[in-house]
Design a binder for this molecule. Structure first.
Ligand SMILES: [Zn+2]
Length: 97
């Protein structure tokens, strides 16, 4: 078995806020889109993604600028506000466009 196949079998992802490894389903996914990062409630949207446990971990990632690094993209204050709002509603920001 290749290391890549093993990884997909385990399906754990690392939270960019606290660094904890968790099963993918227990984490909130943020995906990079041409319009900026958005919350991905399905976890299936195409694109580079990053994971956090919850909003508190998003705040930690924000302070440490880890989201920018994980997505290899700029993340503005507006983007963060939108992410927090969408996580509150557990709705995709993409559907509202
Ligand atoms: Zn976390």
């Amino acid at each position: 078995m290749t290391p890549r196949a093993e990884q997909s079998t385990l399906r754990t992802r690392t939270c960019i806020g606290c660094g904890a490894q968790q099963h993918k389903q227990g984490l909130l996914r943020i995906v990079r889109t041409p319009d900026g990062p958005v919350f991905d409630p399905t976890g299936k949207a195409n694109g580079r993604g990053a994971y956090v446990c919850n909003r508190a971990c998003l705040e930690k990632a924000r302070k440490a600028k880890r989201l920018q690094r994980a997505l290899k993209s700029d993340v503005s204050n507006e983007d963060y506000e939108r992410l927090v709002q969408c996580m509150d509603e557990f709705a995709s920001c993409m559907d509202e466009r």
